[in-house]
Write a protein that binds this ligand. Structure first.
Ligand SMILES: CC(C)(COP(=O)(O)OP(=O)(O)OC[C@H]1O[C@@H](n2cnc3c(N)ncnc32)[C@H](O)[C@@H]1OP(=O)(O)O)[C@@H](O)C(=O)NCCC(=O)NCCS
Length: 245
């Protein structure tokens, strides 16, 4: 008797199924593996030309401390890595609201990952320029939310670049700029994408990525609250103090 053809479509863990639904045709999503490191480094160099890209050692550290939080989208036909979303768990009450990326990610190593943390911190979301605007950033964002819901975490949080801000630096305060992007009176190449993907922008912070001249050194703290398991009111991100200067 002839067997039915083998199922070739990837089988996704339950918390990644929504992300898979959001993927454009011809792409799949999975967790990062060692063979991805060189391509991830190349994407990083392409999208952050002023930053030192991740090394293989740093990516191996991400994988070691929190393998479940390192998401990769693959272009099926070529096998190329199209995008990545790297996360770690943190107790946000231990940080200032305006701590820089280096502090939140232990210098990009993720060795401050805290398995008891209630916040999934989105340390990086990047899509290769030739695969942008296909919905891959959205699918990667949905994947992290699936993890938050599956683990009954409070929220995802992150720092959004706002690379359109440099053109408005003399006209608008960073918070005024964010308010206009939120009201869709201005479009920002990164913050608008995050807002369309359901993040909320909480406040502007200075020095998150100090070399980010396009964002004039500013960023927006962004969050998405898990409605099924929200943080207690006293743990709202805005209750975190600012760094003393
Ligand atoms: C930000 C980034 C990850 C978005 O990835 P993407 O795969 O192109 O995004 P998507 O195609 O999933 O788009 C998601 C939403 O954002 C919108 N969007 C994406 N890029 C946009 C842009 N440049 N300007 C305005 N809106 C944009 C899309 O229209 C979509 O919203 P919609 O469905 O309501 O129309 C990608 O541009 C990138 O890698 N940028 C460089 C690295 C970076 O700065 N990362 C963010 C660090 S905070």
């Amino acid at each position: 008797m002839r067997r039915a053809p083998t199922q070739t479509a990837p089988r996704y863990p339950a918390h990644m199924r929504d992300a898979a639904i959001h993927l454009p045709e011809g792409y799949s999503i999975r967790l990062m593996v060692e063979a991805d490191y060189p391509e991830v480094t190349a994407i990083c160099a392409a999208v952050y030309p002023t930053e030192r890209p991740y090394t293989s050692e740093e990516l191996a550290a991400h994988h070691r401390v929190f393998p479940d939080g390192q998401f990769i989208v693959v272009h099926d036909a070529s096998g190329a890595v199209a995008g990545a979303h790297f996360t770690l768990l943190l107790k946000m009450a231990l940080f200032h609201i305006d701590d820089p990326w280096d502090v939140l990610t232990a210098g990009g190593s993720f060795t401050d990952h805290d398995p008891e943390g209630h916040t999934l911190y989105g340390a990086d979301l990047m899509v290769h320029p030739s695969h942008q605007h296909h919905g891959i950033g959205r699918a990667l964002t949905v994947a992290t939310r699936g993890l938050v819901i599956a683990r009954k975490l409070w929220r995802t949080a992150g720092g959004s670049r706002m690379p359109g801000y440099h053109a408005f630096v003399d006209a608008l305060s960073p918070d005024e700029y964010i308010a206009k992007v939120k009201r869709a009176e201005l479009v920002d190449p990164v913050l608008t994408a995050h807002l369309h993907d359901g993040w909320d922008a909480v406040t502007a912070i200075e020095g998150y990525l100090p070399n980010d001249a396009e964002s004039a050194g500013w960023a927006a703290v962004i969050q998405w609250i898990n409605a099924e398991c929200p943080p207690p009111a006293e743990r709202a991100l805005l209750n975190n103090p600012r760094r003393g200067r």
